[in-house]
Structure formats: structure tokens, C-alpha cells
Ligand binder design. Structure first.
Ligand SMILES: Cc1cc2nc3c(=O)[nH]c(=O)nc-3n(C[C@H](O)[C@H](O)[C@H](O)COP(=O)(O)OP(=O)(O)OC[C@H]3O[C@@H](n4cnc5c(N)ncnc54)[C@H](O)[C@@H]3O)c2cc1C
Length: 457
């Protein structure tokens, strides 16, 4: 009997899973393993919203494996130590894992390789699982990664993406090794009230509905804050309950302008992943320094707290920050304008904002979060690093009738139309708003402070 371990990490699915497929093809039995990695839990990265979503994913993965005659093994501890333990318990000759992108995932691979190969067990690291095109598979002539999106998109689009694999019909797991109980979502405290449901089954349901009802209108609707017309598939891509390869094929086969625009967004995800893979330090350090001396001290802390609580006095910023707290998710346009507001208008270090997002986002992802924050701060790959988004203009453009603001900022629910974006202009008793704060800063003052700090005047 040959046995192989399949170590699940950011790929909690049965459909289109190259490590699982390879293990099943070459071994009689497999051990599907997930390790609640103490390294991640101690790093502070395991925020409640993601832990709760993860519980859904693990339970669903276990259920999917059981339907096929197998089961999921869950262990807790150091991932390398736990894999080693399973290998000695089962006599596995091979371990399969998806290639990771972050410095942490790379180090995990190295440590696994060292530990396993000294004992004669082979480690197989599979590309095309977390991203469709492996980071580093396409590079410009003079660099190890693309620093500009458009040429990357061109080269990425020309790559052949392998076919998506079906889920296995049967899975045989050896009887011996025991598993911890898969934790229930309810056991996690501090979870956002409106948090989405995790798991591959839910992901596939959402994908089907999205293809039928959302994709065609994506190009037109994706920036409309109240329309909420994006796929909301980001947590599923983050936890790997959906495969990017399958998603690209499903979108391309639907065709049309909506599908094209959607695939382009998927490419942004891959773009940021290849930047992070080449420059792992960009998760903490400026990708391109602008020699910022970010604000600090009591005044800055007060502004940051107002921003975190959704009480800056700028309605569209506050609406988006409250959506984040309530759902553990925020619309992309909201992410852009709240990040721009913190880093440019308030001139606060992008790392402070990125950490708050990571504390709450169910899709909180080192590559996408840190590099999008750097983009907005002008320390990343944006070719216009000093652009400043005006929250009033943004609000009127992307929430023209004000309904997004009214939904999330009940203090302004009685204000009709776009007037909701400038509450300081309202007059009369209907607009008596004792609870809603005055702006934390005048936009012109924020802009002047930023331009001075960046030496633009
Ligand atoms: C400051 C900031 C922080 C962000 N943090 C994260 C994060 O932690 N995790 C995360 O997945 N995305 C992040 N994004 C990117 C983007 O906002 C979300 O992926 C998107 O809003 C998720 O919603 P959706 O699935 O409905 O997206 P759709 O519009 O339906 O897009 C489909 C998919 O494309 C990818 N995508 C779309 N836009 C981007 C983008 N700008 N960068 C990278 N990938 C993109 C996502 O995987 C998304 O699920 C961030 C953006 C900003 C500006």
C-alpha cells in the first residue's frame, strides 16, 4: 500500500486541485491533512472573521471527502512537525502541497523539504493552485517581476492556462491516524455580524449564481457602491475554495465585456502575488520609498480612531468603514477611497490602515491587502503616486443617489439624494444631526499637508 499526504493550506477545495489529483494518481491511499498552524495563529494573522470562515471551509472539506469515502485530518501545532508525525504514523512516501507566495509560505516549503527529504520522503510542490499563472512564470526582460500592471496583463493574458480538473470520485484514507474535531464557526468570538458563509459548496453556489446573473453586467456595475454588483468571491479565492484556473475558464467561456473586465480583475490578484513573491519585504516595507514622515502622536491617533470607527465626518468613508466592521468585507471602491483618505488626506502610515483591514477582512490577504495599500499610499506600483481621491467627489460619482451611505450611516438616513455626501451643507430641522461628526479635517487642508510632506509645492 503506498500512502501520500496532501497538505491543504490556501486551497480548501476538491475541484481543480493538482496536489490531490497527483497524490491520488500515484498512491493507493492519501491523507488529506490540514494543520492549524501555530506559527500563523501566533503571528496575529488569524483574525476572528477569517477563523470563522476557515471553520466553515474545513467542515465542508471534511464533508466533501466523506461523501467520497475519505475524511479530513485536522491537527494543531507546528506545520512541519505535524506533517512529520503523520508521515511516520502512516509510512507516507510522498507529501503534496500547493506552492505558496508569501515569505511565510516559502519558508514553510523550505522547512518541509529539509525535514522530509532527510527521512527519504519526497515533497511535491505544485504550481497553478493558488494563482493560475505561477509568480515568475512571466517576467520582463530586465527584472524578476513586473512592476507595471498593463504589460503584465498583456503577457499574462497570452499564457496558456491548463484545463481545470474535476473533483475526485473516491478518496481512500488509511484507518489509523486520528484527527482533532473540526471547530465550529460558533466557537469563534468577535466575528462580524454579517460575515459570509465559507466552504467549497457555498463557493460553487455563488459562482453559478454569479455566472448567471452578475458577470454580464460586471463592467458597467463594478464601481457602483450601492449596486453591490461585484462577485464577492474574494474570500473563496483567498481560502482556495474556488480555483483561479477554473474561474478564468468559466468567465472566458461565458464571454463578453463583463467577463473580460472580470478576468482583468483576477489578473490584478495575480499581479500583486507575483510582486510579493519577488519582493517579500513589500508586505512591511515601502516598495518604492517616497521618504514619508507619516504623522504620529495624539492628533494622528485621534484621526485614526475616527477612521476605524467610521466617524470621520465624510459619509462615504464612514459608510465603507462601517460595512467593513459589519461584514468583514468592503466593496473595492470603498477600499480605494478609505485607504486613500487615511494615507493621503490624513497622511497616516499605510501599515496602520493595512493592519486594521487585516484585523477585519475575511479575504484579508498579504499580497492583495499590503500591495493595494501601497498602491493607494503611492509607495507601491501606481505610476501616479501622488493622486488624491476626494471623498465627496467619489461619493457623488459612485453612490450618486446616496443609498450606500444611508444604508451604513443611519444618522444620515433621513437625508435624501446626493445631499447626503455633504452633510455640513444641510440646513433645517430635518437635517438636525446631533450624532453625526463634523469632518476631522478640511479636505483642502489635508491636501495641502500631503503635498507639502511629499515636497510637491
Ligand atoms: C486598500 C485595499 C485593500 C485590499 N485588500 C484586499 C485583501 O486583503 N484581499 C483581497 O482579496 N482583495 C483585496 N483588495 C482588492 C479588492 O478590493 C477585492 O479583491 C475586492 O473588492 C473583492 O470583492 P469581489 O470578490 O466582489 O471582487 P470582484 O470585483 O468580483 O473581482 C473578482 C476578484 O478579482 C480579484 N481582485 C479584484 N480587484 C482586485 C485588486 N485591486 N487587487 C487584487 N485582486 C483584485 C479578487 O480576487 C476578486 O475576488 C484590496 C483593495 C484595496 C484598494
Amino acid at each position: 500500500m503506498t500512502v501520500a499526504v496532501v497538505l491543504f493550506t490556501s486551497d480548501l477545495r476538491l475541484h481543480d486541485h493538482p496536489p490531490l489529483r497527483a497524490a491520488l494518481a500515484s498512491s493507493d491511499e492519501i491523507v488529506p491533512l490540514f494543520v492549524r498552524d501555530s506559527g500563523i495563529e501566533e503571528s496575529g494573522f488569524a483574525a476572528p472573521n477569517r477563523l470563522a470562515f476557515l471553520s466553515d471551509c474545513l467542515r465542508d472539506l471534511d464533508a466533501g471527502l466523506r461523501e467520497r469515502g475519505g475524511r479530513l485530518l485536522v491537527r494543531s501545532g507546528d506545520v512541519v512537525g505535524e506533517v512529520g508525525r503523520i508521515v511516520s504514523e502512516t509510512g507516507a512516501a510522498d507529501v503534496h502541497v500547493a506552492a505558496g507566495v508569501s515569505a511565510y509560505a516559502r519558508r514553510r516549503e523550505e522547512r518541509l523539504r529539509e525535514a522530509l527529504e532527510s527521512g527519504g520522503t519526497r515533497l511535491h510542490v505544485h504550481d497553478g493552485v493558488v494563482t493560475a499563472v505561477a509568480p515568475g512564470a512571466v517576467t520582463p526582460a530586465a527584472s524578476d517581476h513586473f512592476a507595471v500592471f498593463t504589460p503584465y496583463f498583456r503577457r499574462w493574458s497570452a499564457q496558456r492556462v491548463r484545463d481545470a480538473f474535476a473533483a475526485p470520485r473516491t478518496v481512500r484514507v488509511p484507518d489509523g491516524p486520528g484527527s482533532e474535531k473540526v471547530p465550529a464557526r460558533g466557537a469563534v468570538s468577535g466575528v462580524s455580524e454579517g460575515l459570509a458563509e465559507g466552504g467549497e459548496r457555498q463557493a460553487r453556489k455563488q459562482l453559478t449564481a454569479w455566472r448567471r446573473h452578475g458577470l454580464a453586467g460586471y463592467e458597467e456595475g463594478h464601481d457602483d457602491l450601492s449596486g453591490d454588483a461585484t462577485s464577492r468571491l474574494s474570500p473563496h479565492l483567498h481560502f482556495g475554495t474556488l480555483s483561479p484556473v477554473e474561474l478564468i475558464h468559466r468567465a472566458r467561456s461565458a464571454g463578453g465585456a463583463g467577463a473580460e473586465a472580470f478576468v482583468r480583475q483576477l489578473c490584478w490578484r495575480e499581479f500583486h502575488h507575483q510582486v510579493l513573491a519577488a519582493r517579500p519585504a513589500a508586505s512591511r516595507q515601502d516598495y518604492r520609498t517616497r521618504h514619508d514622515h507619516w504623522r504620529s502622536g495624539a492628533d494622528a491617533s485621534k484621526d485614526v480612531e475616527a477612521w476605524r470607527q467610521g466617524r470621520t465626518g465624510y459619509p462615504v468613508v464612514d459608510a465603507a468603514m462601517r460595512q467593513l466592521r459589519h461584514e468583514g468585507w468592503m466593496h473595492n471602491r470603498g477600499r480605494l477611497l478609505t485607504a486613500g483618505f487615511l494615507t493621503k488626506t490624513l497622511y497616516v502610515d499605510w501599515r496602520i490602515g493595512a493592519q486594521h483591514f487585516l484585523d477585519l477582512l475575511v479575504d484579508g490577504d498579504v499580497a492583495n491587502n499590503q500591495l493595494n495599500w501601497q498602491w493607494m499610499a503611492g509607495t507601491g506600483t501606481d505610476s501616479r503616486p501622488n493622486r488624491v481621491l476626494n471623498p465627496v467627489v467619489q461619493g457623488k460619482r459612485y453612490d450618486p443617489d446616496g443609498s450606500y451611505v444611508r444604508r451604513w450611516v443611519p444618522e444620515l438616513a433621513a437625508v435624501s439624494g446626493a445631499a447626503v455626501h455633504e452633510p455640513w451643507k444641510l440646513r433645517g430641522p430635518a437635517h438636525d444631526r446631533p450624532d453625526y461628526p463634523q469632518p476631522v479635517v478640511e479636505l483642502a487642508d489635508g491636501l495641502a499637508r500631503f503635498r507639502k510632506a511629499r515636497g510637491l509645492d
